[in-house]
Design a protein around this ligand. Sequence first.
Ligand code: ATP
Ligand code: MG
Length: 346
Amino acid sequence: MKAHGQPMSLKTLRKATNNFCQTNFLGRGGFGVVFRGELNGTIVAVKRSNSFFGEVDERSFNAEISMIKTVRHRNLVALLGYCMKKEERLLVYEFMSNGTLADHLFYPCKRTYPLDWKQRVTIALDVARGMDYLHSLANESFIHRDLKPSNILLNDDLRAKVSDFGLVKLVHTMRPMTTKLAGTFGYLAPEYAFNGKVTKKVDVYAFGVVLMEIITSKKALDPSFPEDEHHIVVLFKKSFETENQFKQFMDPVFCVDNEAYACARKVSELAIYCTARDPQHRPEMCHAVNVLGPMVEKQWSRPSSGSLQPGLDYSFPQFNGLLLSPTSSMTNYGEQSTFTGANLTL
Ligand SMILES: Nc1ncnc2c1ncn2[C@@H]1O[C@H](COP(=O)(O)OP(=O)(O)OP(=O)(O)O)[C@@H](O)[C@H]1O
Ligand SMILES: [Mg+2]
């Protein structure tokens, strides 16, 4: 199925999901319930909003959809279609067979085995590329605002794509009563939490938190943390200062050899940079691409350091026929849940 962002009928989507059958249930989030479906032989994920909407939001829903469907990148989950019929709002996405990064990091028994460190840094690069592309788009509409491991999906080859970009705005459009604040606790940049100011640096902060989760396999707000230091950013920065403490804090996959450990240190420096308290001290996403790109290329191109997995695409992205080197800036090419409108008192 090649079409993107096409209007689809409710009848088609009912048929595709076996009438939204429980056996097709994939998960539930802030927008609604996600079902596995089949459209003309292609497996898809159908997101069905659980709120009731009047007809007033139709125009704004359409306007947001037409923005979202223009966004196309190999590291972003594609919106294949949508449906708006009376109170129903459905979004159809490409299906990501390996689920969310959260499943792999925090619930490894759900999956066959934990991600190794090369897979983790490759996923980090994929996410950085997707986010860098979003930030390179014409206006500030594509600040994600809800980047987190459950919005990072993995395909057959464990390559990552960012999902739900535009969704926060869409939900606001559909529920105009809500305030501007949206996101997930643990990933909110301090300035955003305090004054609701949204800039690209809000996403950079969340990306830094995700990097810390990738390195430690601990959640941003992990129940195992001491009560007075409940946020990963605080603990991560503290443990980074002492090698022994840091080794204990990180996931053991990064302690397998010196190369993995050196890699973890570099990724950690990037994570700390991205989570700087002052947004002006955080880098742009293209910086993350430039740091992670050569690192990933080095890992996978070294035959002695582990075999390449057949079928995986380790090449750097091609866009409009231009092969981008790993060091070039990508800016030139084109069960914590989301809350929206919460009144935050911090
Ligand atoms: N494109 C997809 N392919 C495969 N599974 C998906 C896809 N999109 C979502 N899912 C599954 O559905 C679940 C719910 O997704 P959803 O985006 O609605 O919520 P979330 O991201 O977990 O939470 P929140 O709404 O708070 O961001 C995911 O955890 C994932 O397991
Ligand atoms: Mg999601």
